[in-house]
Design a protein around this ligand. Sequence first.
Ligand code: HEM
Length: 427
Amino acid sequence: MVSPTGCPVSERAAAFTPFEGDYQLDPAEALRWARAQEPVFYSPQLGYWVVTRYEDVKAVFRDNILFSPANALEKVTPLTPEAAKVLERYNYKLERTMVNEDEPQHMERRRLLMDAFIPEKLEKHEPMVRELTRAYVDRIVDRGHADLVKDIFYEIPLTVALHFLGVPEEGVEKLRRFAVAHTLNTWGRPTPEEQLEIVENVGQFWQTANEILDTMIADPTGEGWMYDTVREHRKHPDIVTESYMRSMMMAILAAAHETTSNATANAFWILLNNRNAWDEICENPALIPSAVEECLRMGGSIVAWRRVATDEAQVGGVTIPKGGKLFIVQASANQDAAHWENPDEVDIYRDNAAEHMSFGYGAHQCMGKNIARMEMRVFLEEFTRRLPHMKLAGGQRFENLPNISFRGPSHIHVEWDPAENPERRDP
Ligand code: HEM
């Protein structure tokens, strides 16, 4: 077997699949061999060049001209003709948003829409996150057990995201269903039968997003990032285009909370499995911001992202042909021994943890990174204060929605003795 450039494909490269097995369990571990022996390889099962080392992942992110993000939201599994018909019926047209836009349009748009993300503007969301977290913890604190994902980590980031976007509270269950369908549709490998069910939900998602946007367009005086977008569209329709608004409304309804829910769940999973680190942040909450960063390194919620080479290029000494698609695995970069000391250890004192690739890098680096960091910090501050004695319930496995990019446990069952709650001992 040979790659598109005619080079032989090794046995391990030929066997690599990100849709199941080891990669789904632990992507960094699954690519340990590649970081050591074949850091850039062609995966025939995926049809992409897989990039695994820190320096190469960063270099690809850095050059968004040679490595265009145009394929970032491309469906990794082609639609069957039947599924395509369903989406046509819904008039589905997800096109360029921000994350998959090329220059110069991308940066012109990003600049016009940056305001809501500046730190002073973000500060005003923190009290809401804290109040919500306190209210949700109140509900469970005397219960002695919880599923953190189901009870808390899904709903709060969703509520915060809707508030940030200016979207009225939509049904949680419905949006959850839509977001799962969008993930599987874009980054999963559903069977033809599964595709039919998924595209119905994706079509409804598109419709719902458009209805919300139409209400905003009819009266664009509200507060929130999507209202800003509608107003900027009026002033600069050729930069903040109609197609952008429609595509972004749907994409961000999923991206703004799924990523944060998953990253928070990953952080709790990591810290509760590394009890010393958990105990240390309970003792000393000043360590929480660096624990957040270390958890983003070890358990970022986007584990891989995509680019396409606009010309022949070299990555880690390997020639990528023009049009070659790249699968850049941030989770692997985040545990590359060439960049990190003791890469597989959770070390909340690590001074360079913020160099992780979980938010991407360069011109497209995540705009919402500081919202996510703030939410994760507040969750940890509230839980370590009120339930420091919380423990993972036994016999759990990390179960993830099978897909190539988004990662987070579907459940985290925890338990504690309510008689030991600090607030009972020290009212
Ligand atoms: C882009 C990760 C939360 C909005 C991205 C990218 C990644 C990412 C990997 C692509 C970066 C690149 O191509 O270089 C994450 C993670 C999050 C998170 C891990 C949570 C832990 C959020 C939130 C928002 C958001 C809460 C909005 C409220 C965006 C936007 C872009 C983006 C608008 C496109 C930026 C551009 O292309 O210029 N994010 N994200 N993200 N993210 Fe996030």
